[in-house]
Ligand binder design. Structure first.
Ligand code: GLY
Length: 399
């Protein structure tokens, strides 16, 4: 049963709060600039209708947009397919408007077949962002069954010698058992599946995966490698490399964001203090980084060679903003909340919010998907919107 449509004044108070923080943070006292900024803050809610009106197609989920406004569409097997339905569920929570939950349901249904796809670790991104949000809102038992089947499928990728879930199956000539930092994000599905089923197997896999990642993915300065490749027989590490970052020793921005968010989420379920401490350490690395720009929206890689002329990655910023709110909730340390507010107020400006003359089904501009492949550079991407919306909602629960 969908909750009744309701006005949520607290959500709009948060939007206003973010705006006022934005005003306070700006160094300019130019009145005109502030008026433009206020306008754009109000307009980001206007973008919701473009997501709503985007035509339903079970084989074509909107993933990103090119400079000319062309939409990159992907099938449900793509790792990003769940974000569009997820964003619609989140907009429903923000607005209380049933039109969004009705549309979210339809996009969510198109993802069901992924519950049997054992060729990738991306089950959490696909199924938990769509069915997971849908289940929290509707309590639909069929959603719960799909989440449980998905967890079972994902668990088949776990190797107990290594203590990790295998991320990718490609590049077999180079890698035996690649595990990427992003994989932390898929653990929420497993933790919740154990809650729903009272079968601790999924919890145990998720906790061990996080422990192995903690042990092997981090450098002394608390930044993380993107890919750690393991020997499937001995469980030993074969290499530590990158796939989407600038170099093997660089700090790919979204990877750092996945780590921060992933470890505080793993702490929520396990109460393992090492996970909490790791999330704090990653936050310290990011928040104090010399290459983080003034507006706190990172370049796509903290070690990209041409900073400050490198593209930004707004998606990394949204994941960090959302993760920092949870970190604040578990620590009570206001610096995390303040930093999240700083990111969100800067993202809520005309620089980052797509202006309304463009009817593409996205909210934020300036994300970078895969720089080494020259793919999705400095444009709108669905997962930036998803974590932006999640951060808005999370902020509403903070007093
Ligand atoms: N999980 C893939 C990415 O962050 O691009």
């Amino acid at each position: 049963m969908i909750k009744e449509k309701r006005f949520r004044p607290h959500v709009f108070l948060v939007i206003l709060l973010v705006f006022f923080i934005g005003c306070k943070n700006t160094s300019s006292d130019n009145k005109e600039e502030l008026i433009i900024q206020q306008d754009s803050v109000i307009k980001y809610a206007d973008r919701f209708s473009y997501l709503l009106e985007y035509p339903l197609d079970s084989l074509a989920f909107p993933r990103s947009a090119g400079e000319n406004g062309s939409i990159k569409k992907v099938p449900s097997k793509d790792w990003t397919s769940g974000f569009f339905a997820g964003s619609l569920w989140l907009i429903y929570e923000i607005t209380g408007d049933d039109k969004y939950s009705d549309k979210a349901k339809k996009w969510t249904a198109f993802i069901e077949k992924e519950k049997n796809n054992d060729r990738t670790h991306d089950m959490g991104f696909k199924v938990f962002c769509s069915f997971g949000n849908g289940y929290k809102i509707t309590n639909d038992e069929s959603y719960k069954s799909i989440i449980l089947e998905s967890a079972q499928t994902l668990s088949t990728r776990y190797n107990s010698t290594i203590g990790s879930i295998r991320s990718w199956d490609f590049n077999k000539e180079e890698w035996q058992f690649p595990v990427i930092i992003d994989n932390m994000m898929n653990l929420e599905l497993l933790f919740e599946a154990s809650n729903y089923s009272e079968d601790s197997k999924y919890y145990e896999i998720a906790e061990q995966h996080a422990k192995t990642t903690l042990k092997n993915h981090f450098r002394n300065n608390n930044s993380s490698y993107h890919v750690v490749d393991y020997d499937t027989i001995t469980g030993n590490i074969r290499s530590k490399v990158t796939h989407q970052g600038f170099g093997n020793e660089s700090s790919w921005a979204r990877g750092q964001a996945w780590g921060l968010y992933g470890f505080i989420m793993a702490y929520r379920y396990t109460k393992n203090v090492e996970f909490l401490e790791q999330s704090k350490k990653i936050a310290g690395f990011l928040m104090n980084h010399i290459n983080l720009p003034e507006d706190a929206i990172p370049y796509w890689d903290f070690d990209a060679p041409n900073i400050p002329s490198e593209p930004r990655d707004a998606s990394a910023a949204t994941v960090i903003a959302s993760g920092l709110i949870e970190l604040y909730e578990h620590t009570g340390d206001k610096k995390y909340l303040d930093f999240s507010d700083r990111i969100m107020s800067n993202l809520s400006s005309i620089k980052y919010i797509i202006q309304n003359e463009s009817n593409i089904p996205f909210i934020l501009n300036h994300s970078t998907g895969n720089w080494p492949k020259n793919d999705e550079i400095n444009g709108p991407i669905s997962y930036a919107d998803y974590y932006f919306l999640e951060a808005i909602l999370r902020r509403t629960s903070i007093k």
